[in-house]
Write a protein that binds this ligand. Structure first.
Ligand code: ZN
Ligand code: ZN
Length: 214
């Protein structure tokens, strides 16, 4: 299998380890970690740093309230606490996605142009969905009002920043405008989370945007 080349940025991994990411972003990071040994090892490092804070002489300078906050944070059963690696190889959906689907098949809804989505969750803090992009098809050109995390689960896509295949994670923000296009071969299936609506540049996607909650 081709090696993963686009990983979880360290700041995002630290936020995930601290439990401060939204559930939508946490699901994408947990899914990447479940299929990426490199980020799994880096995450262990973040947990070890959290633990060392409590063991070392620094403990004395932590107030009791802060200490209990940190302890609570470390005890928090974040998705990373489950043995995700054991779920590898179960088809294209890694363990965290299977859990989000509650063991059921994705409920695909057409977006037109052969694009499909299955919304896993959608609330005021953001949304996370599966996207199905036929080979050669583009996702309409768009910008971002917040952060967008896109993890490839099958096939691959390319945009202005490079190529992304299974396991690769793209982090997009306000500074990036892009037109992701699925490469040839199998349809590209991605897990994508956003914390704000996308900014589509053409009229038709803008028109339908409220209906698709994208
Ligand atoms: Zn990684
Ligand atoms: Zn985007």
């Amino acid at each position: 299998m081709r090696a993963i080349t686009h990983h979880t940025p360290d700041a995002l991994l630290a936020a995930y380890a601290a439990g401060t990411l939204s559930p939508a972003f946490s699901l994408v990071v947990a899914t990447h970690i479940s299929i990426c040994a490199e980020c799994r090892a880096a995450l262990e490092g973040h947990h070890a740093v959290g633990g060392a804070l409590l063991d070392g002489s620094e403990t004395a300078i932590l107030s009791d309230a802060l200490k209990s906050d940190i302890l609570a944070m470390l005890d928090d059963p974040t998705p990373a606490a489950t043995p995700l690696a054991a779920r590898e190889g179960e088809g294209i959906y890694p363990g965290p996605v299977i859990e989000a689907l509650k063991g059921k098949k994705p409920r695909w809804r057409s977006l037109g142009l052969g694009l499909k989505q299955a919304i896993l969750s959608d609330d005021e803090h953001g949304s996370v969905r599966l996207l199905h992009i036929p080979a050669g098809q583009a996702v309409p050109d768009h910008g971002h009002n917040g952060m967008e995390l896109t993890l490839v689960l099958q096939g691959s896509f390319s945009d202005e920043t490079g190529q992304f295949a299974r396991g690769d994670l793209e982090v997009a923000d306000e500074d990036l405008d892009h037109t992701p296009v699925a490469d040839g071969g199998a349809p590209c299936i991605c897990l994508a989370a956003t914390d704000a609506p996308l900014r589509f540049h053409s009229f038709m996607p803008r028109l339908f945007q409220p209906f698709f909650r994208i």
